[in-house]
Design a protein around this ligand. Structure first.
Ligand SMILES: *Cc1c(COP(=O)(O)O)cnc(C)c1O
Length: 420
């Protein structure tokens, strides 16, 4: 367990801030992130790298402006999947030239926005998208830097909803059909073909699928060279698994060292990685307060004030998150509890059959909620999304306010209003 997010003197802390004080100050439920842990994760990625490389943080994992700003200040590039994410990166001080634009169905407006901003690279997912970018770039009299996303057909052995690199998935161009598309991209006047990319899935816990995909991608680089196409950029995506449970974590150091070895024969290539979850997941918790305890025959329902709209991973992916009470002495015990939210869905749960000894009013911390937590939150059941706080040492800074009712109805119109 990370020492930045842990018990100190029997009280659960995010760095030096105890969670009950955070709830008193900012109210419940509440997302809290540790600045120290984000930077620790970021530096861990940086340290393994050989000379030419780029690390592009995947914005969709956690896109709060302050977090993007923090990473931009530490030299991050960014991987985006929408025009909205591009605007966030630019607003947070990131440079468009350090951004790679992924996404399976980029709209015309998004392509125009990216070309105007001077995007570093389009990760193109289909021949049709390539043609669209060529047409738009020609009309704007610009050169579009392009990498083609290839589907390397490897089994990432992860949850089917987050596996993206098998033949059956919608992502990328299949390896067997890729070559003619590269040759076409090479020939188009407003396309500057710089590289190839892949992203085989998310929450991958072993190095093998990554290395398998990397080997296939390097082979492709060699193949294309024989056809006179010199690539200089190889983007192997993100997907680095995080230990949500007490389990063996992905050996990043082994993977990256092996990757560096593979890359030695390709000095012309700048390697790119797109970690998202691995940077922010274990740096964040969702704090929630027990509203009621409802006993049933064999367990208690612990009804909390956060819901699946705030953190959907358990419902959507059957994801397991550790849930810890603010007071260490309330851990464990014989009592079994289902930790559930207030939303009108049976799928609205955070954990089943957990050993906790908690009462009404107690604060719980749902761990590893820093990635795909707030960014996947919704207003389902007309619930405002929680505020977000960034902690550094003793300091806690509000980086997003709780949504108000006015936020929820902004932009809606009644049919007939008196006086109109
Ligand atoms: C989601 C995504 C990532 C980040 O995945 P993580 O599992 O969060 O590291 C990187 N690249 C692409 C193309 C993605 O879609």
């Amino acid at each position: 367990m990370s020492e930045l997010i842990d018990y100190k003197n029997g009280q659960f802390h995010i760095e030096n801030c105890d969670v009950e004080s955070l709830i008193e100050r900012f109210s419940s439920p509440l997302y809290v992130y540790s600045k120290g842990q984000i930077l620790k994760n970021w530096r861990e990625f940086q340290q393994y790298w050989p000379a030419p490389h780029k690390l592009c943080y995947a914005v969709k994992a956690n896109s709060n402006l302050a977090i993007l700003q923090l990473l931009a200040e530490h030299g991050a590039g960014f991987d985006i999947v929408s025009g909205g994410e591009l605007q966030r990166v630019l607003m947070a001080g990131g440079k468009a030239g350090d951004v790679v634009f992924s996404g399976v169905a980029k709209s015309k407006d998004e392509i125009i926005m990216a070309l105007e901003a001077g995007i570093g690279c389009f990760n193109v997912e289909s021949e049709a998208e390539l043609e669209r970018i060529q047409d738009i770039a020609a009309a704007m009299d610009k050169q579009a830097p392009v990498s083609l996303r290839v589907n390397p057909d490897v089994d990432a052995k992860t949850h089917p909803y987050i596996a993206t690199g098998m033949k059956a998935n919608k992502f990328g161009i299949s390896m067997s059909l890729a070559k003619p598309v590269f040759l076409k991209a090479h020939s188009l006047p407003n396309i500057n073909l710089i590289g190839a990319d892949c992203h085989i899935g998310s929450q991958i816990m072993t190095a093998e699928p990554f290395l398998d995909a990397a080997q296939r991608m390097f082979n492709l680089v060699s193949e294309l060279e024989k056809d006179g196409v010199q690539l200089t950029h190889l983007d192997l995506g993100g997907g680095f698994g995080v230990a949500y449970q007490p389990e063996e974590p992905l050996d990043k150091s082994f993977y990256l060292k092996e990757l560096v070895k593979l890359a030695e024969n390709y000095p012309q290539i700048t390697l790119v990685l797109e970690p998202g979850r691995a940077i922010t997941a274990d740096a964040g918790v969702l704090l929630t307060t027990v509203e009621y305890i409802k006993p049933s025959e064999d367990k208690n329902f612990v009804l909390v004030d956060a819901g699946m709209n705030d953190l959907i991973r358990p419902s959507l992916y059957q994801a397991w998150h550790d849930i810890l009470p603010a007071h260490e002495n309330k851990r464990g015990g014989d009592q079994l509890n289902d930790i559930v939210g207030p939303v009108c869905e049976t799928g609205d749960f955070f954990g089943h059959a957990r050993h906790l000894n908690v009462q009404q009013g107690d604060v719980l911390a749902i761990k590893h909620a820093g990635a795909y937590g707030f960014t996947m939150a919704s207003n389902y059941n007309s619930r405002g999304r929680p505020p977000e706080v960034l902690v550094s040492g003793d300091n806690a800074t509000l980086i997003r306010e709780r949504e108000s009712f006015n936020d929820l109805v902004r932009g809606e119109h009644l049919l007939h209003q008196e006086g109109q």
